[in-house]
Design a protein around this ligand. Sequence first.
Ligand code: PLP
Length: 375
Amino acid sequence: MRRQSLPTPCYIIDEAKLRSNLELLRQVSQAAGCHILLAQKAFSCFKLYPMIAQYLAGTTASGLYEAMLGAQEFGGETHVFAPAYTDSEFVRLCGICDHISFNSFSQLEHHRTVWERSNVSVGIRVNPECSTQEGHAIYDPCAPGSRLGVTRQHFRPEQLGGVEGLHFHTLCEQNSDALVRTYAAFEKQFGEFLPQMKWLNLGGGHHITREDYDIDTLVMLVRRIREVYGVEVYLEPGEAIALNAGWLDTTVMDIVENGMQILILDASAACHMPDVLEMPYRPPLENAGEWGEKPYDYRLASRTCLAGDVIGDYSFDRPLRIGDRLTFGDMAIYSMVKNNTFNGMPLPAIAVQHENGDCEIIKEFGYEDFKARLS
Ligand SMILES: *Cc1c(COP(=O)(O)O)cnc(C)c1O
């Protein structure tokens, strides 16, 4: 099927870009001698899992459902981390995961009798209290008052019996210099416990497939950790796996005026790209510039009732018309996994653009998908 024939709104996964990201990630894992896992919370389009599984060691999950999905559709290693597990979830997780990380010693002890009788390798997430990002406080697990990871002050070495791994996750869209700084803070506070560990998980947030990412620094750091402490090292990026590997195609449904030209699109920031409002950021749009950069300026907005459902202000080389198609970039990650049917908005279809350019719809949604979640 041709790209132009896909319905809108539609998420389109770029198989060629996904593969080139995966090839780079496999090179990194081979050069560094570490395991790279898919953090499913960023990208869970399991139709692509067989392809991703050719390159990565396994998946990590934020809870039972993602762990089940990884175990069923991906195979390989199945890891999970969540701030808390219910008793019934934990029993099921022990049946499908090989690595489980706890967020506190109280959770570790609460579930101890279950994991001690399982084959699961257990770890504890620590908080190195080293903030390396400004601007995105909601994505900073080292921010004051963070619930994520045990600080050194509350670390209980006497309860480490049976614990085989340490885990930290503090980065978001960052380069390897931030990891080096974070690792130094981690090692200073928690390095004394590494000799008794089998593995160290460096979390996600490594923007490895971004053009300016310094891979050599990452590889050198991982190799040094392995040499000094003899531990297996894990990276669990989400974004980096499908970075720039998808689009959201949308159609202009109307153009209204109020001090400017405002496009009404069939795609919504609130429903289909929530990070635009949550993070917030202005998504890349093909063939468009900053406001004022090109001759024709438009505000891009949605057909929901939310006044703030505005995607951003852009400019174009020529006037736009009702019926024109627009393409947002970098829409494979944190998009499908976060969308919703607020206002009864239809969910975008999901398509794959294969490496030969041919497009295939792999999922369509309808009224039943809206209704089924509401009672
Ligand atoms: C979010 C998260 C990841 C993946 O983060 P990205 O920014 O998508 O790379 C990995 N591990 C944990 C514990 C996370 O919370």
